[in-house]
Design a binder for this molecule. Structure first.
Ligand code: NAD
Length: 454
């Protein structure tokens, strides 16, 4: 490799290893290998492809602890979260191991013959992964892309490549042929940029920031290249007075401070009905102050550090220009720590209320009625996730239908299940991942008409 990149443990601020960085020529050679591997991979029978994906899942299952420990060191994720993330890779591979044998085309009634549709692989797929959830996001692209018969080149984020590199090795150990899955650590503009410009990469599956996502979409336009975008969020957590307010407040810290708020689904706008505001805030303050911000390797840790000094600085900038209502606790000393922080946003116009902060910061505002709650929530250019807390099931459904957002939960803060579709409205993205239809995003649909008339 022509160069290397140092990796820093976010909990200590210390460099702990270096990794190779692919340059343009190495990227091109990897893409050539993926092109070369494509015909034999698409010819693998559906049952054998399914078997290989199950084997890949089994091998990952045997390495959950190793993968989790790597993520703790490289990304500062709490050990509990990191184990869940490695388990999610296994589960996503298993879920899509059922897909090759069920990826059925259709027979459509037409005059004069028989009409058949086929789902065929697109070819080489380039997957670009951000630093906030290195394992799950890699798997959400990898598993359905492979199940649909594509070969994959995957670029992890510059800061967090270790688990993806290990997953690439485990794929080989599981028996996936050489060239079917390749992990290319390196600079975004170099490796990721090449996925966009290289004519043999037929689809780019990107998760990351809106600025880079926009440039990728523009670049892909040149070749009318297929593209999926999973971008930012500024999701609302809406608490109606008729909810179990104590329960909503107890869960609200974890809806935004999980992964230190570096979560595209973070409910970083709290909308509380004015009549329940005081009760909610009393319970919420107690819950925020109880969040265990500890060394991520500690089994009890609920929140770790931010990913980098630069990220902490960017987050701190939002806090400095806002009114802090209260804060939780965080360790002092080395590492990129920040305490969970609650901001007041009475007129919901400030930068902290509108922009994705990607840190442990939530802005609280009040609303008077359902219409106002929906209007405030929909003010955002983003539309990824969100929660609605109410005991009135009619209201909860009405609000869920009115919100311009792709992944909502009622009386819950969970956004992601591998069996259900995930993706954003508006500027939160384009296309959907996960769920029963994910293979459609990695397939071309071909229609064949066979004349039967003499
Ligand atoms: P980023 O856009 O800086 O980087 C994402 C990836 O793109 C990295 O691998 C990076 O190296 C690569 N990249 C950078 N410049 C590139 C270029 N010019 N061409 C091609 N690739 C390039 O994002 P990030 O800071 O790593 O991640 C945080 C962002 O990701 C947040 O905005 C967050 O909301 C978003 N995100 C979205 C989802 C979702 O599913 N919607 C999930 C996780 C994260």
């Amino acid at each position: 490799m022509s160069s290397t990149h140092p990796l820093t443990n976010p909990a200590t601020g210390q460099v702990f290893t270096t990794v190779p960085s692919y340059d343009l020529e190495e990227t091109d050679r990897a893409i050539e290998r993926a092109v070369h591997a494509a015909p034999s991979w698409r010819a693998v029978t559906p049952s054998d492809r399914a078997r290989l994906l199950r084997r890949f899942a089994d091998v990952v299952d045997g390495h959950i602890e190793e993968l989790a420990q790597l993520e703790v060191t490289n990304s500062g994720h709490t050990i509990a979260n990191a184990r869940w993330e490695a388990g999610n890779v296994r589960d996503v591979l298993l879920y899509y191991s059922g897909a090759p044998e069920r990826h059925c085309g259709r027979q459509i009634p037409v005059a004069g013959g028989v009409d058949l549709t086929f789902y065929e692989p697109i070819g080489v797929v380039g997957i670009i992964v951000p630093w906030n959830f290195p394992m799950p996001i890699a798997a959400w692209g990898l598993a359905p892309a492979l199940a649909a018969g594509n070969t994959v080149v995957l670029k992890p984020a510059l800061l967090t490549p270790l688990t993806a590199i290990r997953l690439g090795e485990l794929a080989l150990e599981a028996g996936l042929p050489e060239g079917v899955v390749q992990i290319l650590p390196g600079d975004g503009a170099v490796v990721g940029g090449r996925f966009v410009t290289h004519r043999d990469v037929r689809k780019v599956c990107f998760t990351g920031s809106n600025a880079v996502g926009r440039s990728i979409m523009q670049g892909c336009a040149e070749q009318i290249k297929r593209v999926t975008l999973e971008l930012g969020g500024k999701s609302a957590n809406i608490i109606f007075a008729d909810a179990d307010v104590a329960r909503a407040a107890a869960g609200a810290p974890y809806a935004v401070f999980d992964n230190a708020g570096q979560d595209c689904c973070a409910r970083s706008r709290l909308l509380v009905q004015a009549s329940a505001y005081d009760t909610f805030m009393e319970h919420f303050e107690a819950a925020v102050k109880k969040v265990k911000v500890l060394d991520p390797a500690d089994e009890l840790s609920e929140m770790g550090p931010l990913i980098s000094a630069a990220q902490r600085e960017s987050v701190a900038g939002y806090v400095e220009e806002s009114t802090v209502v209260f804060r939780g606790h965080a360790p002092s000393g080395p590492g990129f720590w920040m305490a969970p922080t609650v901001l007041d946003a009475p007129d919901h116009t400030g930068r902290a209320f509108r922009e994705e902060i990607f840190g442990p910061v939530v802005s609280v505002t009040r609303f008077n009625d359902e219409a106002e709650a929906v209007a405030i929530a929909n003010e955002s250019p983003f539309g990824l996730s969100g929660s609605i807390w109410s005991r009135d099931v009619g209201r909860a459904l009405r609000v869920a239908r009115a919100l311009e957002s792709g992944a909502l939960s009622v009386n819950s803060n969970s956004s992601v299940r591998y069996a259900t579709p995930f993706g954003g409205y508006k500027q939160s993205g384009l296309g959907r991942e996960l769920g029963p239809d994910a293979l459609l995003g990695f397939s071309e649909e071909k229609n064949v008409f066979i004349a039967t008339e003499e």
